[in-house]
Design a protein around this ligand. Structure first.
Ligand code: F3S
Length: 241
């Protein structure tokens, strides 16, 4: 928020809209009830299935495993609206998810190291989050044997499992402590205190709708990317668990 606030960033409309977007998501995540809906949609609810074990979600998002990409540029030549070669590391990244799926499939088939994958929306956000956490080296250095190679799918999978185990553990502890607690009180212990909502049915529906809309916007944002080369990069993850 600090770096993209309009007071600091000037009048760049892309940055301002990104700032409003963060604000909207923050509003949703600060409200325990909305967060439950949001988490449900993103595969983080208490009862969610691990997105990497869930075969029911459509695999309609492309993902480049940058640990394996050798920067041959085949994909960027075949589907330039979807794949771009990242300047810093010389590897391909998915720039936009709304390109022609047939061309994406051709890129997948022609990749010499099989590092492009079809993934679900929940998987791709976990995988991209994982990629942001690891230190990458330029592909030239990687090919000369420097840098680490990791299984990003395994890492993202295990981060999801750990996070979910932590949430479930918290729930168990809280439920043991608060015998006659109601749902909203127990959630407030995990995600912070709810605002003073009236809890009318109308208001509950309204909050659920807001959370679903925010989750949808996030999904669209991650699917579509920018229509032109991004001028504002997503910030690096702040914390490492
Ligand atoms: Fe990399 Fe494969 Fe493209 S090696 S540059 S992802 S075709």
């Amino acid at each position: 928020m600090k770096s993209c606030h309009p007071d600091l960033s000037g009048d760049d409309p892309d940055v301002t809209s990104f700032c409003m977007f963060i604000n909207e998501i923050y509003g949703v995540l600060s409200d325990p009830m909305q967060r439950m809906v949001y988490d449900e949609i993103h595969g983080y609810s208490l009862t969610a299935i691990n997105p990497f074990l869930d075969d029911t979600s459509p695999k309609d998002h492309a993902f480049v495993d940058e640990f394996s990409c050798i920067g041959c540029k085949n994909c960027a030549n075949l589907a330039p609206d979807v794949f771009r070669i990242e300047e810093d590391f010389g590897r391909a990244r998915v720039h936009c998810q709304s390109g022609n799926p047939d061309l994406v499939q051709q890129a997948i088939d022609s990749c010499p190291v099989d590092c492009i994958h079809w993934t679900s929306a929940a998987q791709v956000s976990l995988l991209e989050d994982e990629m942001r956490r690891v230190e990458r080296v330029n592909v030239g250095l990687m090919l000369s044997g420097m840098g680490v190679t990791s299984d990003v799918f395994r890492m993202a999978n295990s981060r999801w499992e750990k996070r979910q185990a932590k949430v479930l553990e918290n729930v168990k502890v809280q439920l043991m402590k608060q015998k006659d607690t109601d749902n909203s009180r127990s959630w407030s212990s995990f995600w912070g205190k709810p605002k003073n909502y009236q809890n009318s049915e109308e208001e509950t529906n309204e909050r659920a709708k807001r959370a679903a809309a925010a989750a949808r916007r996030w999904r669209e944002y991650s699917k579509k990317g920018a229509d032109k080369p991004p001028t504002f990069k997503l910030p690096d993850a702040m914390t490492k668990e």
